[in-house]
Design a protein around this ligand. Structure first.
Ligand code: ATP
Ligand code: LTN
Length: 355
């Protein structure tokens, strides 16, 4: 893929990306830029963790990273104002507790930079409604109430494209559910660049094969979702007793063997979670539980989940005990990315004729 040259203004923040041999002044190979976002709706769950957050954390040294709490996306569905204020801070604290390091990654809140909404508006005016009509997430989220769903929910993928394009992003690490939205962002880049000249870098989605779609505990045909019932997910802040109860009640089937069989979605999903958390191979896990029952497997899975979440919860408690520090980290994150956002938006406005 040949990378378009960056917008003239944005080039100041980051020089145009040449092919793989690009080097920094110190001779180091240039890092690609990563951008990803997560919504402050309800509470993050292990689907978010396994499908997205843990990869962001693990790859912080490989990329130039920007992570965003996307509160403007959250209000595409009705939110209680006080709960939203709390949820933004809770999510930011949880991301830090999971290992996002503010020294290595910029972490900020979307609405703190007006450029997201402004670029989204301009891109909305360049995006055919036919492209939005193909987005499956709108149909899922609006359900039977499409007429009463907000216009914001309908154009949500364009706001997501604006998030990505403002920072001339190369790589967007997400779960499978977001693939279509990243494709739309690529289509927007290509049509904008063709019409107005090379302005945006074309991003690509990075989606893992295993864990990109963790399923709901009570209905393994559906993805685990923050908007699902309490019993359908393990929240990152769930305590061990709650985890044990939820896993004990998780839907399985009437068979007995503990094997990775995609035709048995309940047990397959639980085994996948076990595989990702333990780092063991499928064969080793099947061998470990050969001749054992669901009860024993579920107890082991609940223990593993509790052990994984315990240090995260401990760090979360420490971070939330100092709200001033969290404010400083988020303000610092916004200041770090603001020049890039300003420069891209200025270049876009010039191209379009608004400046
Ligand atoms: P909702 O399900 O209510 O729409 P969400 O959890 O999908 O919320 P986000 O919080 O924005 O929405 O998702 C953050 C990241 O987590 C995204 O990269 C998304 O792809 C990933 N993700 C969400 N659910 C899952 C899942 N069940 N399995 C794997 N990854 C997931
Ligand atoms: N739509 C995404 C969250 C999101 C995002 C982004 C992800 C908003 N902006 C930019 C990656 C890049 C979701 O619901 N998971």
């Amino acid at each position: 893929m040949s990378a378009p040259t960056r917008a003239s203004g944005a080039a100041k923040a980051r020089a145009p990306k040449a092919a793989p041999a690009a080097k920094t002044k110190t001779g180091q190979p240039k890092r690609e830029r990563v951008f990803s976002g997560i919504q402050p709706t309800n509470t993050p769950h292990i689907g978010n963790y396994l499908g997205a957050i843990r990869h962001w954390v693990a790859e912080q040294d490989l990329y130039d990273n920007i992570f965003c709490v996307v509160d403007l996306h959250a209000i595409t569905l009705p939110q209680d104002p006080n709960e939203l204020r709390v949820a933004v801070r809770r999510l930011a604290a949880l991301l830090l507790a999971c290992g996002i390091d503010p020294n290595r990654s910029a972490l900020f809140v979307q609405s703190h930079l007006h450029e997201h909404a402004e670029l989204a508006w301009i891109l909305n005016c360049m995006t055919p409604t036919g492209w939005l009509n193909r987005m499956t997430q709108f149909k899922v989220k609006a359900g039977d109430a499409q007429e009463s769903a907000s216009a914001g929910l309908y154009t949500y993928p364009v706001l997501m494209a604006a998030d990505i394009l403002l920072y001339q992003t190369d790589v967007v690490p997400v779960g499978e559910d977001q693939r279509q939205h990243v494709e739309l962002a690529r289509d927007i880049v290509n049509s904008f660049n063709a019409r107005f000249g090379e302005t945006f870098v074309e991003p690509r989605a990075r989606i893992r094969e295993v864990g990109a779609r963790i399923m709901s505990l009570d209905d393994p045909e559906k993805k685990m979702s923050k908007s699902g019932a309490e019993a359908s997910y393990i929240a990152l802040l769930d305590r061990p007793e709650v985890i044990r109860k939820k896993i004990a009640r998780a839907t399985t089937d009437s068979q007995r063997t503990i094997v990775f069989d995609e035709n048995r979605p309940g047990i397959f999903n639980l085994l996948t979670i076990y595989q990702l958390l333990s780092g063991q191979t499928r064969a080793a896990i099947e061998a470990e539980f050969e001749g054992k029952g669901y009860k024993e497997f579920k107890a082991a899975l609940a223990d593993l989940l509790a052990a994984t979440l315990e240090p995260i919860q401990r760090r979360y408690d420490a971070i939330t005990s100092d709200p001033g520090e969290l404010d400083r980290i988020l303000a610092h994150g916004a200041e770090r990315v603001r020049p890039m956002a300003e420069q891209t938006l200025r270049a876009v406005k010039e191209r379009v004729g608004l400046l």
